[in-house]
Design a protein around this ligand. Structure first.
Ligand SMILES: *Cc1c(COP(=O)(O)O)cnc(C)c1O
Length: 426
């Protein structure tokens, strides 16, 4: 039996770890079956405990943009470990990575490191509230900004997949301060500003959404948000935990030519180690402790091992002027080929794609917001997922997630993927 050892390990894990996993979307609950327990990854491949090799389109949910276990990053981590892996003091390394980011990312004067994307978004919203003296925020249905209380209102990712986007444990008071709009609906945002004058501290958005499947901002949605925020003295927060250093080194800010007031990072920034960050212009960042009054801290923030992995990953990206165009090209070819194979089979679908992010939605022709994402044929996605898995292709285990294409994916892996799609029977 395939997945034999994974099944046994999952059974055992479920005894000691809630639901058998340390993050819900790993559990395969939406696609069904047993989550694969992985033991090794290298380049475009990941190996499960039964020894089966898969082409990896999850890539640790984004961080492994260079492919897994890049030898240069690996070497840098080993060398850093030899000098110590946690000091709880400032290190030169933290300034080196901060400087590299500030000098190469638009609209960012200062950056503060944390240990996850959740922390980054939670802290950015607190800073926006402290800076503006206002309580409310606007978020978009289907967007995911980590699991901090304010964001678990109509949230994406696992929360969408498992049908509990409004989590128990979030107080009414907190929920009241999170206002909701449909993605790509500027009129709805405008009416929230009218309804809550001078009360909205920030609008937080995934500038390309990746947690309801991949959903792109339409027309001038982001630019219109920018104008509304300016008009109302509200900060615009781009959650670039997924898009940062992935769509471009400057992320969606650069791709869509819209300047955010605060930007959050995660995933790629740590090169596979736990790192998040939030950044912005100096007058806003100055409000943070110890300089300002808005408190934020972290025992392992700026951890040397994590900083070394992140710094080396970012340096490798910067050293290749064709990095992003090559990734985008691979993803475009993947999109177009998978699409034409599905068309040959008469399977209705649509693909959303930007840079090295893409999602296939079955049974629909257009997905521009969360509601439309729910109308897709998720049962067919689940079947597609399991078929590809059985052919050695590892997709995210939910139709509400984005596929991440890494630099390591080449002709051979693409061909293997096309062959798997070719034999798909809906
Ligand atoms: C993954 C993600 C987060 C949360 O990051 P964690 O490191 O999992 O806490 C926040 N926002 C977006 C857009 C994400 O994709």
């Amino acid at each position: 039996m395939q997945y034999k050892r994974s099944s046994e390990l999952f059974l055992e894990a479920s005894q000691f770890i809630p639901g058998g996993v340390n993050s819900p979307v790993r559990a395969f609950k939406s696609v069904g079956g047993t989550p694969l327990f992985m033991k090794r990854a290298e380049g475009p491949y990941i190996w499960d405990e039964d020894g089966t090799k898969y082409v990896d389109y999850i890539n640790s949910w984004g961080p492994a943009i260079l492919g897994h276990t890049d030898p240069i990053v690996l070497d840098a981590i080993k060398q850093q470990a030899d000098s110590g892996f946690s000091f709880g003091t400032p290190t030169e390394l933290e300034t080196t990575i901060a400087k590299l980011i500030v000098e190469n990312v638009c609209n960012v004067d200062q950056i503060r490191m944390v240990s996850s994307g959740t922390e980054a978004c939670m802290s950015a919203v607190r800073l926006a509230r402290g800076y503006t003296g206002r309580d409310k925020i606007i978020k978009f249905e289907g967007c995911y900004h980590g699991h901090s209380d304010s964001f678990l209102i109509k949230a994406g990712s696992g929360a969408a997949t498992f049908g509990n986007p409004n989590s128990p444990g979030v107080t009414k008071g907190t929920a009241q301060d999170t206002l909701l709009s449909q993605y790509n609906d500027i009129d709805q945002v405008r009416s929230l500003f009218v309804e809550y004058p001078e009360q909205i501290a920030a609008v937080i958005i995934e500038p390309v959404a990746g947690n309801m499947g991949c959903v792109l901002p339409q027309n001038d949605f982001l630019k219109q948000l920018r104008s509304l925020c300016d008009e109302h003295g509200t900060l615009l927060i781009f959650d670039e935990v997924m898009t940062g250093f992935r769509l471009d080194f400057s992320g969606a800010q650069k791709v869509y030519e819209v300047a955010a007031d605060l930007v959050t990072y995660g995933k790629v920034i740590g090169g596979g180690l736990p790192v998040g960050a939030f950044a912005g212009r100096a007058p806003i960042m100055d409000a943070l402790a110890p300089k300002g009054a808005v408190y934020q801290a972290g025992t392992l923030s700026g951890n040397p091992l994590a900083m070394r992995a992140g710094l080396t990953t970012l340096q490798l990206i910067l050293s290749d002027p064709l990095f992003y165009s090559a990734l985008a090209r691979t993803t475009q070819v993947l999109d177009e080929t998978v699409s034409s194979l599905l068309n040959e089979k008469g399977i209705q679908h649509t693909v959303n794609r930007q840079g090295s992010m893409m999602s296939v939605f079955f049974g629909v022709d257009q997905v521009e917001n969360f509601y439309q994402a729910t109308l897709a044929n998720h049962q067919m996605f689940n079947k597609f997922f399991h078929h590809l898995l059985s052919k050695g292709i590892y997709l995210p285990p939910s139709g509400y997630e984005t596929w991440f294409i890494s630099r390591a994916i080449g002709e051979e892996e693409l061909d293997k993927t096309y062959n798997a799609v070719r034999s798909f029977e809906p």
